[in-house]
Design a protein around this ligand. Structure first.
Ligand code: NZQ
Ligand code: ZN
Length: 397
């Protein structure tokens, strides 16, 4: 077991109607708030599922925070962009001397808010921080109301920012970027579309898989991961069948929250998160939905790395996650586990070929090179060369 130094400073406030605590929570951080949100779902999501007169989340946040001064940054897109969103947010924070950022939306809004939080306390170009040219000394506090279960950004220290002109999509991590407080009300996810719900299931499943397929794993961590995967599949299916199923949305939300902050792999060796390394290039080049890209890549990556050394991991995964019979040979269990992974994603409506999400062979070489140079996958669990990455991409077409 590897040594570690672990701390998650984020306060989670979970449950139906928890937004009522917002004014008290915000008052600990000051009076001037930058309210960040996306393309408009905030104006459709009901603030209180049992009380329609409270209006939309947007209206109710304003009503609750009537004694605060609010500056707004709207229009943050999926795969949030450095230019204009991060730059505009940093400018607004500096101009208005903002005390705290309130992010309302999915992972994209929150990721963008994290980059803004660091950029607002830095005198130079915020890209210096995101690209790790220099390290932040401070960041504004962040409070979030998460409305989509997927990324786990509400409980981790990372944000993923895209820079269109260079096809970069960088996972920017810093301990300063943990949200101070995350509000998780599962009813806010009732309105998430089937496409985004399925993408969220795939994203959180892949976060777990990236930590499960590693060296130095323990019985404890394996058990966490296996139960996460079973819960995500079972509750994910229920969310798709009945979007207003509170219990299923709630359990899926908590699974997603746990997915990315490292708690599932304390003591494991670093796996290098190879599927994320590959997917981030796909969504940087083609602006596709992150969870869909992961679902396409994951079974092809599994097939590619299956060998004598990795076989026992696949056997354990097949037996404990999918209940595959132990009477089969080890290789048959592994093949079946990969097939079941593919079939699950397909069964929840995810397009399972790159061509279906608008990616053809024309830029595969360029992307494989970009990934090999930037993502360090030669150090990953089952290391990948540029040719390996290209083969996985070709197999995903
Ligand atoms: O923009 P709005 O109008 O809000 O609509 C959004 C968006 O179109 C919509 N949506 C959000 N909540 C909704 C809703 N629609 C109806 N009802 C609601 N309650 O959903 C669409 C997608 O939102 P987005 O925030 O992009 O989705 P997600 O949360 O999956 O975030 C994806 C981004 O997070 C990054 C991904 O790479 C991608 O850029 N990731 C962040 C991670 C992290 N910080 O730890 C880890 C992940 O691996 C991931 O890379
Ligand atoms: Zn992810």
């Amino acid at each position: 077991m590897q040594s570690f130094d672990y701390q998650t400073p984020t306060r989670l406030i979970f449950g139906k109607g928890v937004i009522e605590k917002l004014p008290k929570v915000m008052s600990a951080f000051g009076k001037k708030i930058l309210l960040t949100y996306g393309g408009g779902s905030i104006k459709k999501v009901p603030a209180l599922s049992d009380n329609p007169s409270a209006g939309s989340l947007y209206d109710y946040v304003h009503a609750l925070l009537k004694d605060f001064e609010i500056v707004e940054l709207s229009g943050i897109q999926p795969n949030p962009k450095y230019n204009p969103s991060v730059l505009d947010g940093v400018r607004l924070c500096k101009e208005h001397k903002v005390d705290v950022i309130l992010s309302v939306g999915g992972g994209s809004v929150l990721d963008c808010s994290k980059a803004i939080a660091a950029g607002a306390c830095y005198d130079g170009d915020p890209w210096d921080l995101i690209s790790y040219k220099t390290k932040a000394n401070a960041a504004l506090p962040i409070v979030d109301i998460i409305t989509l279960a997927a990324t786990g950004s509400e409980y981790d220290s990372g944000g993923v920012i895209s820079r269109t002109e260079t096809n970069d999509k960088i996972g920017y991590m810093d301990r300063l970027l943990y949200p101070a407080v995350s509000f998780l009300d599962p009813t806010y996810t009732f309105s998430v579309s089937k496409k985004q719900t399925a993408a969220g299931i795939a994203d959180a499943m892949n976060h777990t898989i990236e930590q499960y397929f590693a060296e130095d794993t323990t019985l404890l961590n394996d058990g966490f991961c296996e139960s996460m995967l079973r819960s995500l599949m079972e509750n994910g299916r229920k969310c798709l069948a009945n979007p207003n199923d509170y219990q299923a949305r709630a359990e899926m939300m908590l699974c997603c929250t746990y997915g990315c902050n490292g708690i599932l792999s304390l003591g494991n060796s670093e796996s290098g998160w190879p599927c994320h390394g590959i997917e981030h290039a796909l969504s940087a080049y083609y602006d596709i939905t992150h969870g869909e890209g992961l679902a396409i890549i994951t079974p092809r990556w599994m097939k590619h790395i299956l060998n004598e050394h990795t076989l026992p991991r696949f056997v354990k995964y097949g037996i404990n996650v999918f209940g595959i019979g132990q009477e089969l040979s080890e290789w048959d269990i592994a093949f079946k586990a990969i097939e079941k992974t593919y079939c699950f994603f397909e069964s929840i409506g995810i397009p399972m070929h790159l061509r279906e999400v608008g990616i053809d062979e024309s830029r595969l070489d360029e992307m494989a090179h970009h990934i090999a140079v930037n993502e360090g996958l030669d150090q990953a669990y089952s290391p990948l060369t540029q040719q390996d990455i290209k083969d996985i991409l070709v197999d995903s077409l």
